[in-house]
Unconditional design. Structure first.
Lengths: 243, 317
């Protein structure tokens, strides 16, 4: 267990060795703010609710999360340090989980830094803080799910840009396959059961549960599986690279 | 300490390592020689558990690298070919990380870092970021990583690559010093290095072990080993060659240089263990003919000749 933490510490510190972490945090906060106030019309809605803030997260994270995770393994492959890491007396699984947790913690930090908006909405009105709490939990899981996909795509390639693009595409699929404007159109050409089947893989209905203030065990299990499966695939890819 | 049994590795249709077996005991320094692409790095990667073998077993201190990877890896210090490093860390931070991954923490960690830095002369760059280091320092930092836990076994892939002549010398001295108490394998294609540092050498070509012995044994395989190079003042090359050809122990004589005033010939022995008889016979012949010897020298054979003979003939087959 301590080896996971060692990996996590190094990886997390890695974000802060360069200005990238600070640039990312600023962009993250600007983007979430801009979407909430300018596009989400937070003020005009006249409601003490953070829905205008959270409803954009599945879309914003499409770009922000792969940007954080794209280097996880591709950088390791590019520098050749993967050979060093995997000949250390630790299991591959510890490395994968350790790195994943580091990026997840970093995203959690970014998410936590949005607290002023929570203070604002509490100052202006009387929101349901249980709903806000559930929404934060949902957003946390959503980031983990996208990040896990990015971990997988970054193991594919030593090129961070390719890893980023692949991850955006896969995450976009996870969003769109359950996004009503898209499923409505697809339903006109494909059998209903196919649409319903693929929609079951989507993050949208599950994140909606959290945004409605419900921490539903099914949605939690959904996110844990969306996190677990790509991480497992990451280990398969890395083992395949060496065979 | 290291026991490699019938190790093979195939990448698709290409056979990179083909049925390689050898052992390395404590106190031995094994030089791993071979042309580029011969399978040196692949073999080392299988020993260190980075890639799994297609067939065969690599045992490290009685642990099968595939079945007990963690225990096996604990015993090994490994310097990969390109000396990879996390470029965003400081030298101290990097070594600290490697120590922690290996389960060394607290005061032991500080001690381990100091010791490794001292051995690799890294004190000056302790707090410097890795990406600002020169190649020599990077190499030494990665080497320091491999000895941070004072391992029983060291596997080094071209440890002197990219170092300047002084650093190369230092590195060889370091390897020799550590070789007294550890089992060491290092690969190189610099042959003088093998003579300077190894107790035993293996030549590998196209994935197969083609020679295995002490550097002296290998040199003895050279065609030139045991031959005498004779330089004479004021003599005629053809006449000298004919006279020397009459010596019983001599197999043949070739002229290396027939330009006056000093001519040089090489006398090949019939059998390599001539116990200096050939040399004595050459002296006798010279005094009988009142030749003026300016130099006479026994050729020990050169490792690079042997290397070329073995690896080129293999390629032809």
């Amino acid at each position: 267990m301590s080896s996971i933490w060692t990996i996590t510490k190094r990886e997390l510190a890695g974000y802060f060795y360069s200005p990238v972490a600070y640039v990312f945090l600023v962009i993250f906060l600007l983007m979430t703010g801009a979407f909430t106030f300018l596009i989400g019309q937070f003020m005009d809605s006249n409601q003490a609710s953070l829905r205008p803030f959270f409803q954009w997260h599945p879309w914003l994270y499409l770009f922000l999360v792969p940007a954080v995770g794209m280097r996880l393994w591709s950088e390791e492959r590019r520098l050749g340090t993967m050979e060093l890491l995997l000949t250390m007396p630790i299991s591959l699984w510890h490395c994968i989980v350790g790195k994943f947790i580091a990026s997840w913690l970093f995203l959690t930090l970014a998410l936590a830094l949005t607290f002023p908006i929570w203070i604002t909405v509490n100052y202006l009105g009387d929101p349901d803080n249980n709903v806000i709490f559930a929404s934060y939990i949902g957003s946390f899981f959503l980031a983990g799910a996208y990040l896990s996909v990015t971990s997988m795509t970054s193991a594919f390639t030593r090129n961070q840009v390719i890893s980023f693009i692949l991850s955006v595409v896969i995450c976009l699929f996870l969003v769109l396959c359950g996004f009503p404007p898209v499923t409505d159109v697809v339903e006109t050409v494909a059998p209903r059961w196919i649409v319903e089947f693929t929609a079951a893989f989507s993050v949208m209905p599950n994140i909606e549960q959290f945004n409605n203030g419900q921490i539903d065990s099914r949605s939690v299990i959904y996110f844990l599986s969306v996190i677990g499966f790509p991480l497992f695939t990451t280990s398969v890819i890395i083992k395949g690279l060496r065979a | 300490m290291i026991k490699v049994e019938n190790l093979s590795k195939e990448f698709g249709a290409k056979v990179a390592v083909d049925d390689v077996s050898f052992t390395v005991e404590r106190g031995e320094i094994l030089g791993f020689l071979g042309p580029n692409g011969a399978g040196k790095s692949t073999t080392m990667r299988m020993i260190t558990g980075y890639i799994p073998p297609t067939a065969g077993v690599a045992r490290v201190g009685n642990h099968d690298v595939i079945e007990n990877p963690i225990e096996a890896k604990r015993l090994i210090g490994y310097l990969p070919e390109s000396a990879p490093l996390y470029t965003d860390m400081t030298v101290e931070g990097f070594l600290g990380f490697c120590a922690e991954v290996r389960g060394i923490s607290g005061a032991d960690k500080a001690k381990a870092i100091d010791r490794a830095m001292e051995m690799c002369f890294l004190g000056q760059v302790r707090h410097q970021s890795v990406d600002t280091l020169s190649k020599g320092y990077r190499h030494r930092t990665c080497f320091a990583q491999s000895i941070i836990h004072d391992p029983d076994i060291l596997v080094m892939d071209e440890p002197t690559d990219g170092l300047d002549p002084n650093q190369k010398h230092e590195m060889r001295m370091l390897i020799r010093r550590m070789g007294q108490s550890k089992a060491i394998i290092f690969s190189t294609h610099i042959l003088e290095e093998v003579e300077a540092a190894c107790t035993r050498a293996i030549i590998i070509d196209q994935g197969k072990v083609v020679a295995n012995g002490t550097p002296d044994e290998l040199k003895n395989k050279s065609e030139l080993a045991g031959s005498y190079i004779v330089s004479l003042n004021n003599s005629e090359a053809a006449a000298v060659r004919d006279k020397l050809n009459t010596i019983v122990q001599a197999a043949k004589v070739t002229v290396i240089n027939d330009k006056a005033p000093i001519i040089t010939v090489r006398v090949f022995p019939k059998s390599k263990d001539s116990n200096g008889e050939l040399g004595r016979a050459i002296f006798e012949t010279a005094s009988q003919n009142s030749w003026e010897i300016s130099e006479i020298k026994k050729d020990e054979g050169r490792l690079d000749d042997v290397f070329r003979e073995i690896t080129l003939s293999e390629t032809k087959n």
